[in-house]
Design a protein around this ligand. Structure first.
Ligand code: TYD
Length: 140
């Protein structure tokens, strides 16, 4: 098994600059490598709060800070990377099996998430012991 963190991808979406304001666009299968089944967004995050804190068994997500900024921590149980999400045309692909958490939100941040699966609570791993068991099962 290769390193799960190597499957994380950072995208820079096109930005159409205009005196009237900038525009970026995302088409499924083109700018994100999957069909988009679900979109959700996180906003009005109180100062000091953390979001995420889980991995998925099957679901992949692309996160975008469409406004504001936050730190995205990604871990595969061994290594951790931190990506500062601070540009509206930057997307990070979180593949299945990668643990994510979101910290240090600035006021007014809006985080958009594009997913390749519908919402299913059974797809979440929210417990670290369960996560370690899941990682072990991947190695066997
Ligand atoms: P959760 O994914 O735990 O939030 P975070 O982004 O911080 O990881 O979701 C919080 C709650 O919202 C949880 O009770 C389930 C619900 N929810 C849905 O109903 N549909 C969704 O698509 C998502 C992402 C969450």
């Amino acid at each position: 098994m290769g390193r799960l963190l190597d499957k994380v991808k950072i995208f820079e979406f096109s930005k159409v600059c205009d005196p009237r304001g900038n525009l970026s666009f995302i088409e499924e299968g083109c700018h994100v490598p999957f069909s988009i089944k679900r979109v959700f967004y996180i906003y009005d995050v109180p100062g000091g709060e953390t979001r995420g804190g889980h991995a998925h068994r099957e679901n992949s997500t692309v996160l975008i800070a469409v406004s504001g900024s936050f730190d995205l921590h990604l871990s595969d149980g061994e290594d951790e990377i931190v990506v500062r999400m601070n540009r509206a045309n930057k997307g990070v692909l979180i593949p299945p099996g990668v643990w994510d958490s979101m910290h240090d939100f600035t006021t007014g941040t809006v985080c958009l998430a594009l997913c390749d699966h519908h919402y299913e609570e059974e797809d979440y791993i929210r417990d670290l012991d369960e996560y370690n068991e899941f990682l072990k099962s991947l190695r066997n």
